[in-house]
Design a binder for this molecule. Sequence first.
Ligand SMILES: Nc1nc2c(ncn2[C@@H]2O[C@H](COP(=O)(O)OP(=O)(O)OP(=O)(O)O)[C@@H](O)[C@H]2O)c(=O)[nH]1
Ligand SMILES: [Mg+2]
Length: 411
Amino acid sequence: MPPPAKKKLTPKSAVLVKKYERPIRLAFISLVAALCVVFLLHTPPSRGPRPGHGPALNHITPVDPQSLLKPHADVAQKVHYPPANDRVRERATFVTLARNSDLWSLVPSIRHVEDRFNRRFHYDWVFLNDKPFDQEFIRVTSALVSGTAKYGVIPSEHWSVPDWIDQDRAAEARSQMVQDQVIYGDSVPYRHMCRFESGFFFQHELLADYEFYWRVEPDIRLFCDIHYDVFRFMKLNNKKYGFILSLSEYEKTIPTLWATTKQFMHKFPQYVHKNNLLDFVSDDQGESYNMCHFWSNFEVGSLDFWRGDAYQAYFEYLDRAGGFFYERWGDAPVHSIAASLFLDKSELHFFDGFGYYHPDFYACPVEEDIRIQNQCTCNIADDHTWFEYYFCTRKYFQAQRLALPPGVKPA
Ligand SMILES: Nc1nc2c(ncn2[C@@H]2O[C@H](COP(=O)(O)OP(=O)(O)OP(=O)(O)O)[C@@H](O)[C@H]2O)c(=O)[nH]1
Ligand SMILES: [Mg+2]
């Protein structure tokens, strides 16, 4: 007879667990919840402002522009920052002329402008090129821009030698400039670039809907936070042209630019503003050009000014004279002379507090409290703004009859 099957004995503890299954589960959940509460209560609070230092300005939370300390230059220029909670946006865009090969020197420029300004305001960005942008350029740049990025090709008539130019004479002029060691003296594309930036960028169809632009170039840096809407600022203060650095032009690139300008002024005196800033560009009431110009790799300006009658007539006159090809007229002196002659001097603006670099020069705000407030990362020792030799911002202050900022020694 087979032995009886052994009855499986359940241990007493297992019986008890089975019996009290629900209360045990409840007790376990309560214990975990209690531990969570204890953990949360004992986590140290996030670090607040250190005593005596005030709260650091948060980069994203909007700062009331009215609460900002103004650089001396803004007080002297009697400008106002846009009011808090001003929801009005301007028809404005960044604009960059670039080749596909400029991509990796442009990327840090965009990142700086976005980090310091545009990630709060999300303005559009128009990229222009004489050839179609490639897919990598479009992918990388559009990923960085917080507004809408737009890509345009320049019409060939805005990037070619016009038929009234004597090509042999232009080629001879280029060889002479090579002998004279003029930078970009032999370059035809550089001349197209200067002519395009002087006379055509604001006519591109992608810019048609905008009133203001901010020019950005490869290899630039923006060192400080900008907490107010710069385009709104332009509108509210009735500004038409803003710059950061100003310096001297190489005379060999523009031998006849001033003579041509004087002919223009003689022919069209109606375009010269009665309250102009001639003293910025001339030290002898217009007899000669002193080579001072706003450094146009940074510009915030009114597109409508360039599209207006005075500038249109001026550019047409210069273009017919041929100096973009027979010499190497730059858009910087052309824009600067036009802004100084055709605008009311109150419509020009020197931007302070931004911190800027384009090879090879720096602008770093001279006042330390501004550098601290705007969390600037520039070293004041690098600043070129107030140099007496070669740079022209002192002359601008003189022409506008503005007192120099504290810390800037009179010449
Ligand atoms: N599409 C296109 N863009 C150009 C060309 N040449 C220059 N650019 C752009 O025009 C602007 C001015 O050119 P740059 O080479 O920076 O001229 P620059 O600032 O006078 O000289 P650098 O001191 O070399 O910077 C930049 O935004 C360039 O990317 C060109 O042939 N084609
Ligand atoms: Mg450049």
